[in-house]
Design a protein around this ligand. Sequence first.
Ligand code: TNX
Length: 505
Amino acid sequence: LLLIAVAGFSLFMTSCNKTIPADLSSVAFIPHPVKVQASGVSFQLERNNVIEISDADKLKPLAEFLKSKLNSFTGLEYEIKVVTMASGKNIYLGLDSNTLNNDGYQLEITKVGVTMIAKEEQGIFYGIQTLLQSITFNDEYLEWIIPGGTILDYSKYAYRGVMLDVARHFFSVDDVKQLIDLMAAYKLNNLHLHLSDDQGWRIEIKSWPKLTEIGSTTAVNGDKGGYYTQEQYKEIVRYAKEHFITIIPEIDMPGHTNAALASYAELNCDNKARDLYTGIEVGFSTLCTNKEVTYQFVEDVIRELAEITEGPYIHIGGDESLVTEKDDYIYFMNRVREITKKYDKKVMGWDEIAHADIDKNDVVQYWSVDENATLAVSKGAKVLMSPSKKAYLDMQYDSTTHLGLHWAAYIELDSAYMWKPEEMIEGVGKDQILGVESPLWTETITNLSEMQYMMFPRLVGHAEIGWSPNEHLNWEEYKMRLAKHSAYLEKLNINYYKSPQIDWP
Ligand code: TNX
């Protein structure tokens, strides 16, 4: 009996009284927060198991998100309570209009409580991601803890994105949702879907049904095609929004259009439908730029797409239109731009669209030609940085990588990490740059596991380049942090590339 009493008492002591030492400044956060100050003590997660929120309408879904993550990471059950003031003894999420703007948040972790404050829900969401990365199991005390101290954080660039090519190979709604989950964990906030190309048309357009009846049936190598119904697309938009991610749909034009040209004969200048295409050449197709039916087609597509897209942008492609005369290309792009604006959407396009009549409302996605980016800036447009030599996730890591291509470069982790958007192109500085986007072209990528292998861990480095201030961007330090952070990649079940450049634990 005495033994049981002693055991019971010591258990009681472990769960209530002690302070477990921990070091917040040695947590391997990615992206690195703006400021981290450690106190040396820690918060024990099983303390009260309550999440307090200041605002039921706005914060309940975020508290639910945190609750379910805490449960899956630690097995602990939490209760959510709406309060008028933080008790100081629980995990508290609060909105305060006087604090940091837009996506920033402040975190204070003491021995007895966690307080998170942000101006907007988005900030709370990012604070939660940081908190989740800091949860540690203390082996000595057998307790889930959060190292104590304060964190102040906000983004460097407003736009931090990923592009997924669902045209060369199709990815299901569930695959896209999984990608969204992983993007959210790294504070990425825009997902660009490349919805059409020579090898496939991937979005239902009700007024042009053959696009999906015919154009969606193929993929590279004769692999299985597919498309999103408008309902499925709306579900992707909704799920993304719940994770503070905006969907940017791309219809690539006037080149990269063989799937449409195979579906409708009248879109071809010779009125002859093209054969479906499953190879990986680029630059051989074009819509007929001097036929009115082409613009009727574009308008119907943009109108239907605008109706189901909540974000401000539609991407109109414009890359590698190698068989379109330059004058025709400019005429076409100008008209498509007007159509896009008519449906209240802003225009995004690959860097070649700098040659059209663009202005300060447009975004030019730099991927290859520096002069196109400078031309865009001279017209007042903003630049989205996707330099193929650094940001292309379909580029092989080295010559032994079994997936991917290498026409732009081999991109090992150091190369993917060591660049700064504002230092890439002379005359294109921070004020002209909207942000960073990492494209995954999928000629050689056929499933979720391959997608993750090419994305990770390069993408987390890109996420840091887009989010963290330059003072924290240091390869030698990052290398060690990434090694330690790999425990989190494992926790998220990511199939990542174990680069020989990193001393993995
Ligand atoms: C170039 S990058 C393309 C894509 C290909 C990619 C392969 C760009 C705007 N166009 O059509 O998929 O290379 O890496």
